[in-house]
Write a protein that binds this ligand. Structure first.
Ligand SMILES: *Cc1c(COP(=O)(O)O)cnc(C)c1O
Length: 362
């Protein structure tokens, strides 16, 4: 008997490993493994979610009209060139499926977000991972990796899991160096957390070039990871392509309502960012005080570098014994590092204490 076989490239994909949420035998779990935002969902989003219960028999608005308009208003963008998706993962999937394919190449940086690799392989692309410099995307090396078969270049800025922020001038240099038939995907999942004044998430490049798209999400600062809402901002021609292929009802009714309400929650982003700045600095300093390197981060997480995979694993186990779940980075080729989400003040203090105890004992 021969079982049906998928396209060969599919079998080269390692399934995405989500952040864990359970430790056997431990009651109180602190989950700091998925960058979900320190404060839970915005209260207005919870109310809006409950409110949609009465409408669950209805199909959602397939165009996510109210949500696109609210996003457009909030970020000063043309709603007609926004597409919402079930997380920005869905937007990335359609972009890469539509513009990649067998015989093409997708270029990303060595420690770029895993979903580009998974989705690129799914589409049949050869995925080229370009070495970084000090855990930062190397524009010259990325441009050098672009060849005649390249169709897509993906960059997360800030990047997950390294936290690095490529300066605006470098982002623009990367875009300018690409042939116009190569799609430049700027993933700005952590845009709201960036305080660097020159930072521009991507809208200006989308508006001024034919080949740049920007993806964004409600999963991080807006605290709606469980609802699966993300969006992209596109040049009109690319927007039209993605609208042909996306699911006609891809964002469910509760997700649309919760996201609209999240945008309207007063001071939510300001409070979240202020908290993140304070505790990212405090937690980084506390870990560095133990002689453990922390890479500079512009997101709501830090990357702690224990030097060797063995010491990193021991640190992970020490954290787990206290119910603290963070993210091992072996799948990103960074087995010596743990990525730690910035949680509440109490949670950050628990992490700092656990790492101090670990450093003392071993
Ligand atoms: C979390 C994350 C996303 C995707 O999030 P969705 O929940 O699918 O919107 C995309 N890119 C990066 C870099 C991320 O860290």
């Amino acid at each position: 008997m021969t079982a049906p076989a998928p396209r060969p490239s599919i079998l080269s994909i390692e399934a995405y490993a989500p952040g864990q949420s359970k430790i056997p035998g431990v009651n109180r779990i602190i989950k700091l493994s998925s960058n979900e935002g320190a404060f839970g969902p915005p209260p207005a989003a919870m109310d809006a979610f409950v409110e949609t219960a009465k409408e669950l028999h209805r199909y959602p608005d397939g165009g996510s009209t109210a949500l696109r308009e609210a996003i457009g208003k909030r970020f000063g963008l043309d709603p007609a060139r926004i597409i919402c998706g079930a997380g920005s993962d869905e937007i990335l999937l359609h972009i890469i499926q539509a513009y990649g394919g067998e015989g093409t190449e997708l270029v990303m940086s060595a420690h770029g977000f895993t979903m580009y690799d998974i989705t690129g392989r799914y589409a049949g692309c050869r995925v080229i991972k370009v070495p970084e410099k000090d855990l930062m995307a190397d524009v010259d090396a990325m441009l050098a990796a672009v060849g005649p078969r390249t169709r897509i270049v993906c960059l997360a800025n800030p990047n997950n899991p390294t936290g690095s922020l490529l300066p605006q001038s470098e982002v623009e240099r990367l875009q300018k160096g690409l042939p116009e038939h190569v799609l430049f995907v700027l993933d700005a999942a952590y845009a709201e957390y960036v305080t660097e004044p020159s930072y521009e998430a991507g809208a200006k490049l989308v508006d001024s070039t034919p080949n740049t798209v920007m993806t964004r999400t409600f999963s991080k600062v807006f605290g709606l990871g469980g609802m699966r809402v993300g969006w992209g901002y596109f040049p009109q021609a690319i927007c039209d392509v993605i609208n042909r292929i996306r699911g006609p009802f891809n964002v469910n009714i509760a997700a649309q309502a919760a996201a609209v309400a999240a945008l309207a929650e007063p001071d939510w982003v300001e409070k979240s960012v202020a908290h993140n700045n304070e505790w990212r600095a405090k937690l980084s300093a506390a870990i560095e005080a133990q002689g453990i390197k922390v890479w500079p981060s512009h997101g709501n997480f830090i990357l702690a570098d224990f030097g060797t995979p063995a010491r990193c694993k021991a640190a992970d186990e020490a954290l787990r014994s206290r119910g603290l779940i963070v993210r091992g980075m072996a799948s990103y080729d960074l087995a010596q590092c743990l990525r730690i989400t910035i949680g509440t003040a109490e949670e950050c203090t628990m992490v700092a204490d656990a790492i101090a105890a670990f450093a003392k004992n071993g």
